[in-house]
Structures are given as structure tokens and as C-alpha cells.
Design a protein around this ligand. Structure first.
Ligand code: ATP
Length: 933
């Protein structure tokens, strides 16, 4: 193949097109030539910009925007709207047969208005929720590329064909690329090929011409996940031209699953739905039997029965839950908690154990070297004068971090602490890295907790040195020699005792310790496997300070106050871990022990469970131990949140009830499997998340108690009046108007109350299966009782008053007026009481929700939306009661010529409902508070 690669004759795009499907069969040099790139310098920023303009951003095709009209029509499909529509249709048919009258028309209009309003609100909520999901997805990811000879971090969207990229374990591959340097790369390609087994990659040419994607082992595909190792690659396809881009449009969005709370609410609605049918039937039967007295058409009786049935179902709960979850998701985002799965909001509210990483989450991850130990002496980093010696070489060469000219820090915090020290000491680590080329390496992994590199120190004599740095627990037993001044001699027991002693001194100050060792190698054959990490020469030790985050101590206290236990799980040394844990209040008199990874390996499950009751600190653990710890805690009925950042943290993140990944330092894998991402990596944000989660749960409970009480009161009033007076207290228009005002207007803002901090002074709402009614049953019963009682009382007073004290009317007129006024009495109470007592459904006035726990009342913050919508409801309901004969006909009661005395009694009784609810709740709270003492 002798193609003409002349820039003038073929464009880059044409060439990329021409070689598509052949990248695996070309040599690195050839690919670089085709793509006009260079693996030492990368692209120039100017060329990269040009290519970005030509090829577009490296984004996958976005899923279609949700269509408002489609969502609107879909919202009619919920069972309640269908029931209402059927009710409307039946009414219309029967009405037409019986020749419609004004009230019937009003009934139909109101049914239509309610269905439309419900669908309208549902549409807006659904649309908002979908758009929010998009915003989360667009959260940009960064990648390291080589541009103008420098490694820089850019947003993956800016990657172009020809870019040289670096990818390491835990990253997503940012674009389709040919691997030019491979370090034990293992990639999970399941997103692309469906193959679950991770694929070992290579960097050599593959001969076969036609290979399926799964067999193209020298190519890393966009959006696949690096599980192990690292690579350098040259990008040939980006965005929609990549393999995943080509199929992305075909991948359908996974259907949104209901959260447990939504499921609980759906179940509750269904149960109430069944009850409603039974009650509707009872109402119809009694009304039909009493029809000689009621004197209504069968059609009107049927409508009353159907609308009563509908009115019991708290259909707006579904919307309220959605709104609550949406508000909480938004609120949490402002507090650095990104919710990936809505169900985790509720679970966050329920957790009672947080297992947290140390580094970065509890500490600042701003590491600096404080002290060094070598040649049996301790030095403070400020009093040092380092020159290039084997120890310094180890720090510089066995290290992947860079601080670039702009001062940008690339790499992990531990490596960066060493690089910073070298920069302060005016040692040019980059020149050293160029001079002593790295020929092999064994990357850091969280099991060994060390990393090693092999560098060519003397090219003339072929002298290689392996440098190892990392945890002393692993390093020291492998050291057979020690550097002593300029000499190297066998290590003895005194040396080991001194080193261990020094290690403990550093650790007791809360410092992270890191040892350095080397191994001289004669000429080596890189094709063969060597053991670099044995028979080492010990060179020295550093103590690195990573200060605890200042705010965390307070957050740990807050967690404890709210009944949440905090456990630290770290890869760091046991003494360092315990010191930091003690400073933060995680370890205390009760939890005064540390369990190490090594102990976990030897202890039985039962012993470990017992030990778990005395310790909040796990040190030197491997990621696999984390999953076991979660398992044991869950066995003890705890609801556990676990933080994680590494690739190997995935099992524990999945196992935990809430898996929390770190937004800044976390690997893409950990972010993918987690439920929640902390955008600031800060422990404090977890506490904010718990707060929001608990608030959601509480607000839903208030909404449920309000809705059920208001709805049942209405139906009970109808039933009681039917039973006692053989009359219909409310007609279908009244009932439907009640649904419209109480359910659609007043109930929703109850779920929109502002968050309160007091929820954090109670223990968590215990169990996963806890009933939604726990703690609110008393309120429901009280509210229902008062509301029903006064509505029936109003009815009774009007009947008795008119029949016994008003003698100026004819018997026929009397009957007519009495029932009309009585109905007005029932209506005013059924409509206005809930509008008023809606104000009481919050923690300030109803703290008995937590009756078995500490009663905490927060400062009352007026709920703006509730006040606006209550005012609106008062106005529209008052309008329905205006004393005009024509209007009265629509609503089937009489306010026209209503005696002032009766009107006053109606109003007083209506206001007594919220007053009594308030007084009884207040008394309960006092009694409970006294009992606690
Ligand atoms: P966590 O974040 O879970 O609290 P950690 O970050 O402290 O844990 P690791 O990063 O696994 O845990 O570090 C554990 C030990 O590994 C450290 O105490 C240190 O001795 C060693 N170590 C950490 N980073 C490096 C590194 N870049 N090179 C060599 N050794 C390292």
C-alpha cells in the first residue's frame, strides 16, 4: 500500500474515512503519519482548534428532547384521570338521555377542568424532571492530552482526531484511539460489545484485515472503562464518528424506575382506590333507598357516588412526591450533592451509618511533605537541602505527577506532595525523568499500596534501577539492605526497630507515611517478567500532612446528634487513621479500636461483627474489605452509605444502600456505579444530603395526612348525613370542586415547604419497610374527626333551626330552604376547614410525627406558595358561595337569604376545626414532652 499522504491531495477527513476499520492493522508510525500527529509533541493548540472546527466537539448524539405535547397526552393515562373521564362520559350520556340541566353541565365542566389542571401540572413536573436529568448528564469530564509537547487537562469534548491521550485505570476512554503504549491495560467494553469480561489490550499491530470490535485489541473505544493499567493512544475518531457514537442514537433511554417512596405511594393510592369503590357503592345504595326523601334523579345519585369514590383517592400525592424529589434534587445540587438515582434521596434520609474514606473526604487532600527520615536522622522539610541522590531520584522517577508551567497540578495528591517538595528544593524532576528514561513499571494498586518503576540510569553501561515507593508494611519486609551515608549495607534489627519507631512517630502526628527503596538491576530483558519489589535497599521515609477538613468535625457531631454513626475506612496506616479519626470525633471512648485489613482476613464473620461494635476505624484495608464491612453492617439491620473513589470500590458502592462517589478525585467507574456524587468530595455534603432526604420523607408524610384527612372527612360527612337525615350533604359538583381546591391547589404546596434543620436532631426514620402512616395516624384521625363533626353539625343546626324556629314559611318552602341551608353549612366546613388547617401541616404545629422520639420544633418559616394558593382558594371558594340564586343552583345549596345567625354559626364552626386540631396537637406535644422528662 503506497498511498499518497500528501496534505494537498487528500484531506484529513478523507483519509480517516479511507482507513476506517483498518486502524488495528496499521503500524503506530503509519497511523501517526496519516493523522499528521506526533507522539512526542502531540498536536499544536492551533492545529487542535482547527480540527475542532472541522470535526466538531467530541460529544455523543444527544437523546431527543422530551416533547411537551406527548408528555401532556401521556399524563391522561393515569388511572385516576381515566376514572374521572369515564365518570364524565357516563354523566354526559345519562345526562343527555335525561336532558341536561345547569348543575349537570357545571359538573361536567368541573370534571374537565380538574382533569386538564392535573394533566397540566403533571406535564410541567415531568418536563422539568426530564430536563434536570439532562443537566446532570452534561456534567463535563476531563482527560489528559499531549498538546504543544505538554500534558494538559482538557474537557473530553475538546479532543480531536490526532490527539495523543493518556488514560489510566478508572477513566473512561474519551475517544476511539489506537493504543501506542500499553501498560497492562484492561478495559470493560460491555457498553459497546455487551461482553462482560474485561479485555486485555495490546499495543502491537494485528494482522487480520477484518476484525470484529471485540477482537480489535490494540484499539480502545470511546466510553469504555479502563479497569486496570494505563495507556497512551492516538485518537482517530471522535463524537458521533466513534463506534459508540454510531450506535448511541439507537440505544433507547432506560425506562425511569419508580423510587421506593413512589412505589409506596402508588400502593397506598391503589388500596384507597379499592376502598373508594366500596364506599361509593355504599353511598349509592343508601341514597337510592332514601331517594323518596332526597328526591334526585338516579343520574345525580350515581354521579355523587362516583365523585365521592374519586374524591377519596389522594391522587395528587404522586405529583407531590415528584415535586418533593425534584425540589430536593435541585436543593442538593446547590449543596454539592448530585443525585443520580432519585430513590437515593429517600434512602439518604434513612441511613444510620456512613462509611467514609479518609483522604479527600475527611481530609483536605492538600498534601505536603512535613518530615523526612534517612540515614537514621529526621529532617523537617523546611530545613532540608536536597541534592540529586538515589532517594531524590526515587521521589522524582517513581512518580507520575506533574506541576505544569501554569501551576496546574496533574496527578494524585501523594505524588504531587513529593513533586512540590522537589520544586521547592529547586530540583528539576522533569529533566531527571527525561534523562533517566522509564522502561518499565508496576502501577500503584490499592492492595500492595506501593508502586515501582524501572529507569535506565546509565545507558552506556546498561545500568537499570528499580525504584519502589509506598506503604512501609509492604516495603520494609522486602528490604534486605539499607543506605548508610554513601554506602549500602545489610539491614539489621536495630535499623528495623528505628525505622518502625520513626514511622509511629510520624503516624501519631496524623501524618501519612511513605517509604522509598531501590533495587539495582543488571542488564534486563524487558520481554521477561522480573520481580522488582524484593531484595530492596531501604533509602528513607517521609511524613506527609493532609490536614482534616475544618468543617468535618462539626459535621461528624451533627451526624452523631442525628443518630448516624460515622465509620472511617482507609488505606492509610492504622496509627495515622486513628489519630485523624480521634481529631474528628469519629473514634472516642466507646469506639476506641482500629481494625486493619490484615485482621479482617483472619477474623471470623462473627468475631468481626463483635469487633464492629467497638470500632469506627478500619485501616490498611483493601477495597474488597469494604464490601464485607457493608455486608456485616447491613446484617445488623443498618442502612449504610459508603463513599468510594477507586475502580475497586465499585462492589462496595453497589452493595451499600447509598453508594457515594467523589466528583473531583473519583474515577469514572466509581461515578458510574454510584447513586450519588459529591461534587466537592466533602464529607459535610453527605450530611446536607441526609438532611434533604429526611425533609422529603417528612413533607410527604404531612401531605399524606392532610390529603387523607380532608378527603375522608368529605365522604364521611356524606355518609353520616345520609344515614342520619336521609339527605345528600354534597352533590357531585361540590365534591369535584373540593377535589379541585383541596387536592390540586392546596395540598401541593405542603410538599414545597422549606427544609428544616430540626430533622437532624432526631434519629433516622428506622426501617426500610416502615409504613408511610407511622407517626401520622393520630393526626389523620384527629383531623378527620373534627372536620367531619363540624360539617355534620352545621348541617344538623340548619335543619333543626329551620324546622323548629322558623315558622313563617310554608311546609314545602321550609323543607326546601332547610336542606339548602344545611347543605351550605356542610359545604362551607368541608371546603374552608382544609384550606385553613393546611397551614398546620408542618413541624411547627404538628411535631407529634416523631412522637416516640425527641420532639424538635423549628422556627416557623412561612411557606410562600402555600399562602398564595390558600388566598387564591379562599377567593374562588367564597365566589362559589355568593348569595345569588342563579349561582346557588349550580352548586345545589342556598346562601341566598341565609339568616345572619346561621351564617355566623357556619363560619364559627368552620374556624373551630383548625383551632381544635391545633389545640389537641399542642396538648399532645406538651404531654409527650413531659413524659420524656
Ligand atoms: P482513603 O482515600 O480510602 O482514605 P487512602 O487514599 O488513604 O485511603 P490509598 O491511597 O490506598 O489510601 O493509600 C494507602 C497507602 O498507600 C498510603 O498510606 C501510602 O503509604 C501508599 N500510597 C498512597 N499513594 C501512593 C502513591 N502515589 N505511591 C506510592 N504509595 C502510595
Amino acid at each position: 500500500m503506497q498511498e499518497n499522504l500528501n496534505k494537498n491531495t487528500t484531506s484529513l477527513a478523507d483519509r480517516i474515512d479511507k482507513y476506517s476499520k483498518k486502524w488495528h492493522a496499521l503500524s503506530n508510525e503509519r497511523i501517526l503519519k496519516i493523522l499528521e500527529s506526533n507522539q512526542i509533541t502531540g498536536l499544536s493548540s492551533k492545529e487542535a482548534q482547527k480540527r475542532l472546527d472541522e470535526f466538531g466537539t467530541n460529544c455523543l448524539p444527544k437523546p431527543k428532547k422530551p416533547n411537551l405535547v406527548k408528555i401532556f397526552f401521556k399524563s391522561f393515562l393515569d388511572p385516576l384521570s381515566i376514572m374521572m373521564a369515564i365518570a364524565g362520559l357516563v354523566s354526559l350520556i345519562i345526562g343527555l338521555i335525561n336532558q341536561l340541566e345547569a348543575p349537570d353541565i357545571a359538573g361536567l365542566v368541573i370534571i374537565c377542568v380538574i382533569i386538564l389542571t392535573n394533566s397540566f401540572i403533571a406535564t410541567i413536573q415531568e418536563y422539568k424532571a426530564l430536563n434536570q436529568k439532562e443537566a446532570i448528564k452534561n456534567n463535563s469530564v476531563q482527560a489528559i492530552v499531549l498538546r504543544d509537547s505538554k500534558q494538559i487537562k482538557i474537557s473530553i469534548e475538546e479532543i480531536v482526531p490526532g490527539d495523543i491521550i493518556y488514560t489510566k485505570s478508572g477513566d473512561y476512554v474519551p475517544a476511539d484511539c489506537r493504543i501506542i503504549e500499553n501498560q497492562m491495560l484492561k478495559v470493560d467494553e460491555s457498553a459497546l460489545t455487551g461482553e462482560n469480561e474485561a479485555v486485555d489490550k495490546v499495543d502491537e499491530i494485528l494482522d487480520e484485515n477484518q476484525l470484529v470490535l471485540g477482537d480489535q485489541k490494540n484499539i480502545a473505544f470511546m466510553s469504555t472503562l479502563v479497569i486496570e493499567g494505563k495507556m497512551k493512544g492516538v485518537v482517530f475518531n471522535t463524537g458521533r464518528e466513534s463506534e459508540i457514537g454510531k450506535i448511541a442514537t439507537k440505544i433507547s433511554e432506560t425506562k425511569k424506575k419508580k423510587t421506593p417512596l413512589e412505589k409506596k405511594v402508588a400502593k397506598l393510592t391503589l388500596i384507597i382506590g379499592i376502598i373508594s369503590i366500596i364506599l361509593g357503592t355504599i353511598i349509592f345504595t343508601i341514597a337510592y333507598l332514601n331517594n323518596s326523601k332526597i328526591n334526585e334523579s338516579v343520574y345525580q345519585l350515581l354521579l355523587v357516588a362516583v365523585s365521592s369514590a374519586i374524591s377519596i383517592i389522594p391522587e395528587s400525592l404522586t405529583i407531590i412526591v415528584k415535586i418533593c424529589l425534584m425540589i430536593a434534587t435541585k436543593k442538593m445540587a446547590t449543596k454539592n450533592v448530585m443525585i443520580k438515582k432519585p430513590k437515593s434521596i429517600e434512602t439518604l434520609g434513612n441511613i444510620n451509618v456512613i462509611c467514609s474514606d479518609k483522604t479527600g473526604t475527611l481530609t483536605q487532600n492538600k498534601m505536603f511533605v512535613d518530615s523526612l527520615y534517612f540515614n537514621n536522622k529526621v529532617f523537617n522539610s523546611k530545613d532540608l537541602d536536597l541534592t540529586e541522590d538515589p532517594l531524590v531520584r526515587c521521589m522524582a522517577l517513581c512518580n507520575d505527577a506533574i506541576i505544569n508551567k501554569k501551576g496546574e497540578k496533574i496527578g494524585n495528591a501523594t505524588d504531587l506532595a513529593l513533586v512540590s517538595l522537589l520544586v521547592e528544593q529547586k530540583i528539576n524532576y522533569l529533566t531527571m525523568r527525561r534523562k533517566y528514561k522509564r522502561v518499565d513499571e508496576v502501577p500503584f494498586d490499592s492492595k500492595r499500596k506501593v508502586m515501582s518503576t524501572v529507569n535506565l540510569i546509565d545507558s552506556e553501561n546498561g545500568q537499570y534501577v528499580a525504584y519502589t515507593k509506598g506503604a512501609m508494611d509492604y516495603l520494609l519486609p522486602n528490604c534486605k539492605h539499607i543506605v548508610d551515608g554513601k554506602d549500602v549495607r545489610p539491614i539489621n534489627d536495630d535499623d528495623i526497630a528505628n525505622i518502625k519507631d520513626q514511622l509511629l512517630r510520624f503516624a501519631k502526628k496524623g501524618m501519612r507515611t511513605l517509604g522509598f527503596a531501590k533495587k539495582d538491576l543488571e542488564k534486563i530483558d524487558l520481554e521477561q517478567d522480573y520481580q522488582y519489589e524484593d531484595k530492596l535497599v531501604f533509602m528513607g521515609l517521609v511524613g506527609i500532612i493532609d490536614p482534616p477538613r475544618e468543617e468535618v468535625k462539626h459535621s461528624v457531631q451533627e451526624a452523631h446528634d442525628s443518630g448516624v454513626r460515622v465509620i472511617m475506612i482507609t488505606g492509610d496506616h492504622k496509627v495515622t487513621a486513628f489519630e485523624i479519626a480521634s481529631r474528628l470525633g469519629i473514634a472516642d471512648e466507646t469506639y476506641n479500636d482500629v481494625i486493619t485489613g490484615a485482621e479482617i482476613e483472619t477474623l471470623s464473620r462473627e468475631d468481626l461483627k463483635n469487633k464492629l461494635n467497638q470500632t469506627n476505624v478500619f485501616a490498611r484495608v483493601n477495597p474488597e474489605h469494604k464490601a464485607l464491612i457493608v455486608d456485616l453492617l447491613q446484617d445488623q439491620n443498618n442502612i449504610v452509605a459508603m463513599t468510594g473513589d477507586g475502580v475497586n470500590d465499585s462492589p462496595s458502592l453497589v452493595k451499600a444502600d447509598v453508594g457515594i462517589a467523589m466528583g473531583i478525585t473519583g474515577t469514572e467507574v466509581s461515578k458510574k456505579v454510584s447513586d450519588v456524587i459529591l461534587t466537592d468530595d466533602n464529607f459535610k455534603s453527605i450530611i446536607s444530603g441526609i438532611n434533604s432526604g429526611r425533609n422529603v420523607y417528612e413533607k410527604i408524610k404531612y401531605s399524606i395526612s392532610f390529603l387523607i384527612a380532608a378527603n375522608i372527612s368529605q365522604v364521611l360527612t356524606i355518609l353520616l348525613v345520609l344515614g342520619i337525615f336521609g339527605q345528600l350533604a354534597l352533590n357531585s359538583v361540590n365534591i369535584l370542586f373540593h377535589i379541585f381546591v383541596v387536592e390540586t391547589i392546596v395540598a401541593i404546596p405542603i410538599g414545597m415547604q422549606s427544609e428544616r434543620n430540626g430533622v437532624m436532631l432526631n434519629p433516622p426514620p428506622t426501617h426500610k419497610k416502615e409504613s408511610l402512616f407511622k407517626g401520622i395516624l393520630v393526626q389523620i384521625i384527629l383531623t378527620t374527626f373534627f372536620n367531619t363533626f363540624f360539617a355534620v353539625l352545621n348541617f344538623a343546626i340548619a335543619e333543626i333551626y329551620m324546622n323548629n324556629f322558623n315558622v313563617s314559611l310554608s311546609a314545602e318552602q321550609l323543607k326546601n330552604f332547610a336542606t339548602g341551608y344545611a347543605k351550605a353549612g356542610a359545604y362551607i366546613c368541608i371546603m374552608f376547614s382544609p384550606i385553613f388547617y393546611a397551614i398546620l401541616f408542618n413541624n411547627k404545629f404538628m411535631p407529634i410525627l416523631n412522637s416516640n422520639k425527641k420532639v424538635v420544633v423549628d422556627k416557623y418559616k412561612p411557606n410562600k406558595w402555600l399562602i398564595i394558593l390558600i388566598t387564591f382558594s379562599i377567593i374562588i371558594t367564597a365566589l362559589t358561595m355568593l348569595p345569588f340564586e342563579g349561582l346557588n343552583v349550580f352548586f345545589d345549596f342556598k346562601t341566598y337569604n341565609l339568616p345572619a345567625g346561621l351564617a355566623a354559626i357556619f363560619v364559627i364552626n368552620t374556624l373551630l376545626v383548625p383551632l381544635f386540631i391545633f389545640i389537641t396537637n399542642w396538648s399532645f406535644t406538651k404531654i409527650l414532652a413531659r413524659q420524656k422528662k
